[in-house]
Design a binder for this molecule. Structure first.
Ligand SMILES: NC(=O)c1ccc[n+]([C@@H]2O[C@H](COP(=O)([O-])OP(=O)(O)OC[C@H]3O[C@@H](n4cnc5c(N)ncnc54)[C@H](OP(=O)(O)O)[C@@H]3O)[C@@H](O)[C@H]2O)c1
Length: 278
């Protein structure tokens, strides 16, 4: 097969591969990039949000894109290889302009707890596989199958937990620290080939992951606290994050590499003020 631009996936032949595309941030990103810059969507999820997965599919089709929602646990190297094979069959080589890792699958709890919330070895391994290692496995599979489009964008998602302590989230923070290092090293390895690997850091947005962790009353408190924390006086939305991912696909964002891009809207700037001058 020739390596012409058309066959290597330019324009309408370009795809977004989104892990965790059936809900929250991943679903919003699928919707946004199907519209602008207009990417076809290959979404991966395990099937817990089937209605929302069907909606992602409808929205991408309405935008005139091709879409395939692939159901699997994305956390293993075998799943990455199988997923990339399935993607290659529908998209052809060199088609992936955007790869986004938007999986939320972590254990919360304490490392030294003697109770149910103990972060034992199985939870540690599972969380790291899901939240961090899978980013490497899918990148390896994409490169091995020659699936990256010219100047592809690979994106991990970061939260603000590294900046301050939040009870029960130690394992999430540790896995995100690993993800951050993976991003930097992959940026070095792929930079010379024209690809860009970054981490997009954003503050709390309302998604099923949060609703899973907090009670409705706690969510209300959370929203109110964020209105006080964020200089904008409100929480960020998944749609805002998703639209910015579309921007990161653009030529103008091509110099970001190995970066943790701060899209937190200043969420942690006032923490001391809030504690010391309530
Ligand atoms: N929400 C926030 O406030 C926030 C802030 C900053 C960063 N982030 C980051 O954004 C990412 C997405 O979070 P979210 O809040 O949007 O989560 P979410 O709404 O719970 O969505 C998570 C997605 O991942 C899929 N998923 C989970 N485990 C999977 C696995 N092993 N294999 C395949 N798919 C899997 C889920 O579908 P299934 O369960 O059906 O598989 C779902 O589609 C996370 O990396 C999170 O750390 C979130």
């Amino acid at each position: 097969m020739s390596d012409s631009g058309e066959q290597r996936g330019t324009g309408e032949r370009q795809w977004a591969l989104i892990l965790g595309a059936s809900s929250g941030t991943g679903a919003a990103i699928a919707h946004a990039v199907a519209n602008k810059p207009g990417l076809n969507v290959f979404g991966v999820h395990r099937g817990r949000y089937l209605d929302s997965a069907a909606q992602v599919e409808r929205q991408a089709k309405d935008a005139g894109r091709r879409v395939l929602m692939w159901q699997a646990d994305a956390s293993t190297p075998e799943a990455a290889e199988a997923g990339v094979r399935a993607l290659r069959e529908v998209a052809g080589p060199g088609a992936v302009k955007l790869f986004v890792h938007s999986i939320a699958g972590a254990s919360v709890g304490r490392f030294l707890s003697e109770g149910e919330d103990r972060l034992h070895a199985k939870r540690v391994r599972r969380t790291f596989d899901t939240m961090a290692h899978s980013f490497v496995y899918w990148t390896q599979a994409l490169v091995a199958s020659d699936m990256l489009a010219p100047e592809a964008r690979l994106l991990g998602l970061q939260n603000t937990l590294k900046e301050t302590h939040l009870t029960n989230t130690g394992l999430i923070s540790a896995s995100k620290a690993a993800l951050e290092m993976y991003v930097r090293y992959l940026a070095m390895e792929l930079g010379g080939l024209g690809h860009r690997v970054n981490l997009l850091k954003f503050g709390t947005v309302m998604t099923p992951a949060l609703k899973h962790v907090y009670t409705p009353e706690a969510l209300e408190r959370l929203e109110e606290a964020h209105a006080r924390m964020n200089p904008a006086g409100r929480m960020c939305t998944v749609e805002e994050v998703a639209r910015f991912v579309g921007v990161l696909c653009g030529e103008e964002a091509g110099w970001f590499n190995g970066a943790t891009i701060d899209y937190t809207g200043g969420m942690t700037l006032r923490l001391l003020d809030l504690v010391l001058n309530p």
